[in-house]
Design a protein around this ligand. Structure first.
Ligand code: NAP
Length: 337
């Protein structure tokens, strides 16, 4: 653990759980006494708990901020998550202690939609499979029957979740002349539907009609295992599933079973139920393309995420309402009290 030493003992103390860009650490250090976990691995819970003992703010990435961790941090005022999804944080426990929780919504939309679309193209046109075919020396000559894939043109893309990333994925699909269906809790405005040429359908229609089903909902108690055996049974056997949202939205065992019996044509997965473990059966399937949770992994996006997380953190520590507050229940305006 590295500590940017404090010049002023009154400065708030902050923990950053990953080696983020030094320029952002330096910026935060102008206002705070900063500790950085310099190892690019999740902090072990015991180390995290002991490091949280006297901090006012934490910037977690890829680490669970559980009730136990929150209880171990009596001075904590803000959890500034360096991600848009905040299923790693016990928000209820934060609410009870008026701890503000923020995310980095918006700045990783395009990079994540790129990755979702890359997986879609990869499974449809068998890109990773072709790469293995060539590298393994199987390619001896041009073959008429070699690795036939699925065209995007005219196919139906079903978006489960039609927020920032779902819509950005729709924008890409329009360029490929795909038909776009979506399902979310709320229907988008007529102007948004027109912009993306997207049609709102119920969940069952989405599952039945999609050639590619791409998941863009957050992980919540309602969406955990939202796609399981029942859903796979409704899908076309020629359909592909793309998950660049959160692993536990899909029942991975049911996915494996659907792929084993050809109830599904393939899967493009950036996220997994028990990361970094991947179901061993998926590892052996040629029609499954895997990536190691890298939806937002570009230098531009990772910098924007670190900057926005620091903006949220510093605003909260100044007693201001942070721009990306996700638990307004915990906010008390100092002007009105
Ligand atoms: P967003 O703008 O909040 O969009 C979420 C969408 O999901 C909205 O359309 C929302 O609909 C819908 N939704 C929420 N709960 C639902 C439910 N129970 N049933 C049906 N629809 C539901 O979020 P975003 O910025 O697009 O991000 C989506 C998720 O992507 C994040 O939460 C995160 O987990 C994941 N993500 C992954 C990576 C990666 O590295 N792979 C990177 C970034 C984000 P309503 O508006 O109707 O509620």
């Amino acid at each position: 653990m590295d500590r940017n030493s404090s010049r002023d003992r009154q400065q708030p103390k902050v923990l950053i759980t990953r080696p983020i860009q030094q320029s952002v650490i330096d910026q935060i250090s102008r206002h705070c006494d900063v500790q950085v976990h310099r190892v690019d691995e999740p902090m072990p819970p015991e180390l995290l708990a002991s490091s949280m003992r006297d901090v006012d703010g934490v910037m977690p990435a890829g680490v669970r901020i559980s009730k136990e961790i929150i209880d171990a941090a009596p001075r904590l005022r803000v959890v500034s998550n360096i991600a848009v999804g905040y299923d790693n944080i016990d928000v209820e426990a934060c609410n009870r202690k008026h701890i503000l929780v923020t995310n980095t919504a918006g700045v990783l939309t395009e990079a994540t939609a790129d990755l979702a679309f890359a997986l879609l193209l990869a499974v449809g046109r068998r890109v990773a499979e072709g790469d293995r075919y060539v590298r393994n020396g199987h390619w001896k000559q041009w073959e008429w029957n070699c690795l036939w894939g699925t065209e995007m043109h005219g196919k139906t893309l079903g978006l489960y979740g039609f927020g920032r990333i779902g819509q950005a994925t729709a924008r890409r699909a329009r360029g490929f002349s795909m038909r776009i269906l979506y399902h979310a809790r709320h229907r988008a405005s007529a102007s948004v539907e027109k912009e993306f040429a997207a049609e709102f359908v119920d969940r069952e229609t989405l599952l039945r009609q999609s050639d590619f089903l791409s998941l863009h909902v957050p992980l919540t108690p309602e969406t955990r295992h939202a796609i399981g055996a029942r859903e796979f049974a409704l899908m076309k056997p020629s359909a592909f599933i793309i998950n660049a949202a959160r692993g536990p939205i899909v029942d991975e065992e049911a996915l494996v079973q659907a792929l084993r019996v050809d109830r599904l044509a393939g899967a493009g997965l950036d996220v997994f139920e028990n990361e970094p473990q991947v179901h061993p059966a998926l590892m052996g399937m040629e029609n499954v393309t895997l990536s190691p949770h890298v939806g937002s992994a570009t230098p531009e996006t990772r910098l924007r995420m670190a900057l926005l997380a620091s903006e949220n953190l510093l605003a909260a520590l100044r007693g201001e309402r942070p721009p990306n507050l996700v638990n307004p229940e915990a906010w008390h305006d100092p002007q009105t009290t």
